[in-house]
Each structure stands twice: as C-alpha cells, then as structure tokens.
Design a protein around this ligand. Structure first.
Ligand code: NAD
Length: 467
C-alpha cells in the first residue's frame, strides 16, 4: 500500500496512530494512513507559530510565487490525484479531474490578489494609513465533499496574506490532502503549511488552541456552532461556511425541459453532496407536471456507478454515516410524498442511492425543511410566486437559491428578495474565485474568495501619524 505522511514543521512524518480509509464504492479499505494525535496537533501549531514571523516578513511576491508553484505541482499530478480522489470520495473521475483543475485555478487566482495599504488622510495635521497585517496561525478545517478544492479556497489567501496554516482534513477523505502535503513540503519553508489528520477528535482542540488566531471552517451548521463557541475562549477570528437548503423557484413561463436539466445538474452533482446544491424545488402549478416528469426522466437515465467506471454520472454517498442519514430522508419521502424516480438503494456493495425525485410533498416535512445532502430532490407545487418566495425564505439557512423564468425583471425582483448569500437567475451552482461567496443566516459567517475573502485573513491596522 502506498505510504502517507502527515506534514509537521516541514517534515513528512508518521502519525502517532493509524486509521483506515474506506472506498465508498466498494466498502473495502483503500488505504491505511496516519492519524494525528493531540501531541502532533500541538506540534503542528507550534511549528506554524514558529514559522509565522519569517513568513510574514517574506515579501508578498515570494509568498505568491510559492502558492503558484503549488498550483503547478498539483496540476502536474492531476491524473494520479483525481484517481485517488475518486477512490476516497466516490465522485466520478470526470468530477475529480475537474476538482483538481479548479483547485489549481483557485490557487492561482487567489494568489494573484493584492493587499494594498490605503492612505485615508494626508494633510498638515495628520497622516492616516490603513494597512492589513497577517493574523498568525490559521486553522483550516475541511469537510469530505470537496477534500482538495476547499483547501484551495482557504490556503492561498491565508498564505499570501502572511499567515501560516494547519490544515485538518475530514477523517473519511484525508488521502489527497496528504498528497498535497507532500507537494507543500517541497515548496514552503518548514512550518508554513502543516497537515494533521484525525478521527473527528482534533477539531475541537484546534479551535480552542490559544496559539491559533483564526479558524476557517467549512462543514455542517451543527459543527459550526461548536467551532464558534470553542473559538470564543480566545476571541478567534472565524470564517464559517456551513450548510444550506437552497431553493429553486420555477415560474410558470419556463420551458420545463430546459429548466429540468439545469436543476437536475445543480441537485445531483457529487451525489447531491454540495453545500450549494438545489435541495428543494418550488414549481408553479402550470409547469409542475411537466417539470416533475422531466426530472424523473433524467433521474431514471442517470448512470449510477463506481466513479472509476467509464460513464458513471453519480457515485456513492461519501461515507456510511451519510448513507444512513440519506436513507432516513428516503423513508420520509416515502411517507410524506410520492417517489417518481429512484427511491432505491443499489443492491451491491458501496453506499449507492439512485437519484430520487419526490413530488406531492409539502413544507414541514423532513425532506423539505432539512438538508438532505444526498441525491433526493423534493418538488413542491405553488400557485403564487410571492408565497413560494416566503416559503423559500422560511428556513434557518441562507446559502444559495435560484429563480427560473423567461421574464428577467420578474426573476430579478424575486432574486433580490431571497434571503441567501448567493442567488442565481436561470442557473444554479455557478461560482468563481473572483466572486465573494458566503452564507446568510445560519449558513455561515464571513465570506470566501475575492478581495473580501482575502481581507478576512488579515488584521486591519491604522497608523495615525502626527504632523
Ligand atoms: P462536519 O461538520 O461533520 O465536518 C467538517 C469538519 O469539521 C471535518 O473536518 C470534521 O472532522 C471537523 N469537526 C468535527 N467536529 C469538530 C469540532 N467539534 N470542532 C471543529 N471541527 C470539527 O461536516 P461534513 O459532514 O464533513 O460536511 C458536510 C456539511 O458541510 C454539509 O452541511 C454541507 O452543507 C457543509 N458544507 C458547506 C460548504 C460551504 O461552503 N458552505 C461547503 C461544503 C460543505
């Protein structure tokens, strides 16, 4: 079996323990990899703290160049890493290949951002300058749905701003992150980037650590709450990218065939395990039948298979716990709605659930009100768009949402009323490193990407000088 190592203080080291990583398409052990201990987490934070001053003083262009080098190194190993990503995460190989490509693109774009000082006043009485300084050690906590891409959201901005980082991958998807660590070991000075794995037992220690200045967390709202309360002890800076229950509101004037394709793609990518996936559809009664039928047709036609198999469109759920959770949503769908496609667990090893379309279901059910994070889509009927908007907004979450209509002005007006950090018109799930991304309400705090995201990795400092 290939060897995996943690990255602590510039050294690739064994874990104090080991853990098994399971391939979700076969339920077989894919690899045994290091499992970090509390001692190793502390060592990683200490290494990051030790490296901070030197890295913060390194010219920004040199920091930028190092991140660019990482993008090149990642890209050069696309084929191998994409394969490994599919094996540990489950997504089809084409999606894994795209994840590596997007990761390189995010690293490059974000590394190209600038942190400029601003002169607020300069006159005979005073000179006031606003600067942005790094914070110190940043903890990056990563979920299992995009194990590489989400590192590429956080690491480049943290690093070009002059911070040092400790990355903690999700326990079920540590392997590609550890390979990334090997690349980092060759590029960054010791201690600047550290990677420590765990079995869901070190996140709390990282968020409470007195030498960590900021936590950039992506994961569930439930864990986000724990991160927030734990970070309170030292008033850490926080970026929380959490769960969502994105609604797509489909008005009466659309072509159901065209819209169904966009919605199906936005709901089923990565087997529905996307924070910004379409998680509920509100469809006008005039197109309800046609939209449901077309979504069901797409679901029936989808090829569900091991992501390494050619032609696979939908892979397994990433882990057993999520598989069991999504099966609970299937039961709810059966009890409270009408399943018109899918609804079955594949009769084979692996955590496979066929893409499922559920109609004649209403708000107030588990499938509509909660985040399924799996390939099951409820379609709810409405007759009044304002009322649909109200129902879409009656959620504690507010990550994304979309409005679908041929009437641009009407769609725009409704879109602006959506209580979400991102809202799309006639599409869903489109984002980029130049577009700030963050959640409203309980979907998060702060933003990632673009200059706004970069600023979250800095401390604003005012230098106010007497004349
Ligand atoms: P999770 O919250 O279970 O785990 C996320 C990470 O937090 C893992 O690395 C985990 O080990 C760590 N963790 C666990 N307990 C911790 C603690 N007490 N303190 C600190 N860290 C801890 O989430 P998940 O199941 O891996 O991911 C799925 C969730 O993530 C979904 O709700 C999804 O919507 C959300 N998500 C959000 C975004 C976004 O950008 N908004 C992106 C991807 C996923």
């Amino acid at each position: 079996m290939p060897d995996y190592k943690l990255l602590i203080g510039g050294k690739l080291v064994d874990g104090d323990a080991t853990m098994e990583v399971v391939n979700p398409a076969t339920e077989e052990v894919l690899a045994v990899c290091p499992r970090g201990s509390q001692r190793q987490l502390d060592a990683a934070v200490a290494a990051a703290k030790g490296a901070f001053k030197g890295w913060a003083r390194t010219p920004m262009d040199a920091r930028r160049a190092a991140v660019m080098k990482l993008a090149d190194a990642l890209e050069a190993r696309t084929e191998e890493l994409a394969r490994l990503l599919t094996q540990e995460q489950g997504k089809p190989l084409a999606e894994s290949t795209a994840e590596i490509a997007y990761s390189a693109a995010f690293l490059r774009y974000l590394a190209g951002l600038d942190l400029e000082s601003r002169l607020l006043e300069d006159n005979e009485t005073r000179r006031v300058e606003m600067r942005r300084k790094p914070l110190g050690v940043v903890g990056c906590i990563i979920p299992w749905n995009f194990p590489v891409l989400i590192i590429a959201f956080k690491a480049p901005v943290a690093l070009i701003a002059g911070n040092t980082i400790v990355i903690k991958p999700a326990p079920t998807t540590p392997l590609t992150a550890l390979r990334l660590g090997e690349l980092c070991a060759e590029i960054f000075p010791p201690g600047v980037v550290n990677i420590v794995t765990d079995q869901n037992d070190l996140g709390g220690a990282l968020t409470a650590h007195p030498d960590v200045a900021k936590i950039s967390f992506t994961g569930s709202t439930e864990t986000g709450r724990k991160v927030m309360s734990s970070a309170a002890s030292t008033l850490k800076r926080l970026t929380l990218e959490l769960g969502g229950n994105d609604a797509a509101i489909v008005l009466a004037d659309v072509d159901p065939k065209v819209v169904a394709a966009g919605i199906f793609g936005g709901a089923m990518m990565n087997a529905g395990q996307v924070c910004l996936a379409v998680k509920r559809v509100y469809a006008h009664a005039a197109i309800y039948e046609d939209l449901c039928a077309e979504l069901a047709r797409l679901a029936d036609a989808a090829v569900v298979d091991d992501g390494l198999m050619q032609g696979a469109q939908i892979g397994p759920l990433q882990n057993k716990a999520q598989f069991e959770k999504v099966k609970g949503f299937l039961e709810d769908a059966r009890a409270n709605g009408r399943i018109i496609a899918g609804g079955t667990v594949e009769d084979r090893p692996g955590y496979f659930i066929r893409p499922t379309i559920v109609r004649d279901i209403a708000d107030g059910t588990k499938l509509v009100d909660e985040e399924q994070f799996g390939p099951i889509l409820p379609v709810i009927r409405f007759t009044d768009a304002e009322e649909a908007l109200e129902r879409a907004n009656a959620s504690p979450w507010g990550l994304g949402g979309s409005v679908w209509s041929k009437d641009r002005d009407r769609a725009y007006a409704l879109a602006c009323e959506m209580e979400s950090g991102t809202v799309w018109i006639n599409k869903h799930l489109d984002f980029g490193p130049n577009i700030p991304f963050g959640g409203a309400k309980q979907s998060g705090i702060g933003v990632e990407f673009a200059e706004e995201g970069l600023h979250e990795f800095t401390q604003l400092q005012v230098v106010n000088e007497a004349r």
